[in-house]
Structures are given as C-alpha cells and as structure tokens.
Design a protein around this ligand. Structure first.
Ligand SMILES: NC(=O)c1ccc[n+]([C@@H]2O[C@H](COP(=O)([O-])OP(=O)(O)OC[C@H]3O[C@@H](n4cnc5c(N)ncnc54)[C@H](OP(=O)(O)O)[C@@H]3O)[C@@H](O)[C@H]2O)c1
Length: 235
C-alpha cells in the first residue's frame, strides 16, 4: 500500500506516518517547502522509513506529484489554529492570510482537485471536526463544512472523520485550553458513565493522536467506510 500524507508534520499527521510505516506501507509525508523545520522532519520521517515530499501547495504541482507517487490512500490532515492566524502574514488591511478558509477549506479542496487531475483512484481520508455542518456558526465550523463538501463532491472515494478534541500529553505544542478541556471534560464524561450514562463518553471523549491515527488507517483500509462520515463513537 502507498499513502500520501498531507499535514504530516501535525500532531495527528506524524502518528499517521508512524502507524503506516510500522505496518509496512510506502509512505510519502508531505512537508511544506518553506517549513523552518524541514531538515528535522526529513530526519524524523526518514528514521520511520517514510519519504519526504516538499511539493508546494499548488494544484498542478501536487497533481504531478500524486501522479508520480500513485497513492492508494491520500490523508488530508491540514488545518490552522487561531494562534497560527495571529502570527500569519497579513494583507495590506492587516487581515491574516492564513485563515480557516484559506487553509482548512482551500488546501483540502486543492488536494482533492490534484488527485482528480492526477487521475488516480485513491481513497481520500479527510480529518474534519465535530460540530461542523451546513448551519455551523463559527468560521472554523463553516470552513470545515466547505472542505467536507469539496471532498464529497470530488468524485473520489472518500472517508471523513470528525473527532471532538484531539489531545494527549505528548502533543509538543503548548495548548493549555485544549488540554484542560480534554482532561476536565473526559473526567466529567467518565463520571457520567459510572453513574449509568455511558453515551456521552462514547460521543464526546477526547482522543490522542496514536488512537486517532490507528482509527484513520483502519478506516482507510475498510471498504465499508467509503462514503461515510465517522463520528467520535465510531473510532
Ligand atoms: N485539536 C483538536 O482538538 C481538533 C479537533 C478536531 C479536529 N481537528 C482538526 O484536525 C486536524 C489535525 O489536527 P492536529 O491537532 O493534528 O493539527 P496540527 O498539529 O495543528 O497540525 C496541522 C497541520 O496542518 C499544517 N498546516 C497548517 N497551516 C498550514 C498552511 N498554511 N499551509 C500548509 N500546511 C499547513 C501544519 O503544517 P506545519 O507543521 O508546516 O505548520 C500541520 O502539518 C486539524 O485540521 C484540526 O483542525 C483538531
């Protein structure tokens, strides 16, 4: 099996690369060419047995890469955060250039177009988020919905996964609010479960990158997951 992983440098992405490589897959880990940590990623992914690709985020260039790699599965695990947006380059009006729409939606849509242009029949696995939908109120939720719509309308066989909180002690990047929400939320959900209400724990518990990566890889291999949106309780 050959896999192309976009967003390979993220908390989830690097575990997906590790999980696939450990299972003996040929893995191409995509790293943006201007990443300040490119050499570090080359050595980390190289040690896992994965190959690094640095094609710029451009549909035609990505299509050429996908056509050459011929992946069976493409994982799209990219997304920005409010903190990254604050530090992103700004337009002349002071607005961030790397918004949820530009990154979470447009890069996902670009990758689906690249797969279609490359004319490869690969499973497209998209890591979305709980709470998205046609009536999502936040910019994040709206961008995620537009990204999902691009995936669903691409013509590729797709699987969408919607976790609630992705968190673990080994994230590396300091995200205190997310970590607190995961730890306190999970404690409350476990208490409810002990009191005889197990449903919320199954539906809303946080998940760490290792467990999520294993679920993403499993779903990518399961023909029953084609055309399905997997929620937290399915993982
Ligand atoms: N955290 C949560 O609780 C949660 C919950 C549900 C869903 N999600 C979604 O799940 C996805 C994965 O989560 P995660 O926590 O593993 O993400 P993460 O650690 O924040 O990694 C994000 C990935 O996206 C890439 N990226 C960000 N901005 C980019 C840009 N402008 N151009 C190209 N690549 C860019 C990053 O590359 P660089 O390393 O080069 O910046 C990195 O590979 C995210 O999209 C997130 O929105 C997160």
């Amino acid at each position: 099996m050959t896999a192309f992983v976009a967003g390979a440098t993220g908390y989830t992405g690097r575990e997906v690369v590790r999980c696939l490589a450990a299972a003996g897959a040929r893995v191409v880990a995509h790293v943006r060419p201007d990443s300040p940590r490119l050499e570090e990623w080359r050595s980390r992914f190289g040690a896992m047995g994965a190959q690094v690709d640095t094609t710029p985020w451009n549909a035609a260039l990505l299509a050429a890469t996908i056509a050459a790699v011929r992946p069976d599965v493409v994982f799209c695990l990219v997304g920005t955060t409010r903190r990254r947006m604050r530090h992103s380059p700004k337009d002349p009006f002071g607005r961030p250039l790397e918004t949820y729409d530009c990154v979470d939606h447009e890069l996902t849509a670009m990758l689906t177009r690249a797969c279609v242009m490359a004319d490869v029949s690969c499973r497209f696995v998209y890591l979305s988020a709980a709470g998205t939908g046609p009536k999502a109120r936040t910019r994040y939720g709206q961008a995620r919905w537009r990204a999902e719509e691009a995936v669903r309308s691409s013509g590729l066989p797709w699987t969408i996964v919607r976790p609630v909180i992705i968190s673990g002690p080994n994230r590396g990047e300091w995200r205190p609010l997310e970590r607190a929400a995961a730890v306190l939320g999970d404690a409350a959900l476990r208490l409810l479960s002990h009191l005889g209400f197990p449903g919320p724990l199954r539906r809303f518990a946080s998940i760490d990158a290792q467990a999520l990566a294993a679920a993403l890889v499993r779903a990518s291999q399961d023909p029953l997951c084609v055309g399905r949106v997997l929620q937290r309780s399915d993982l």
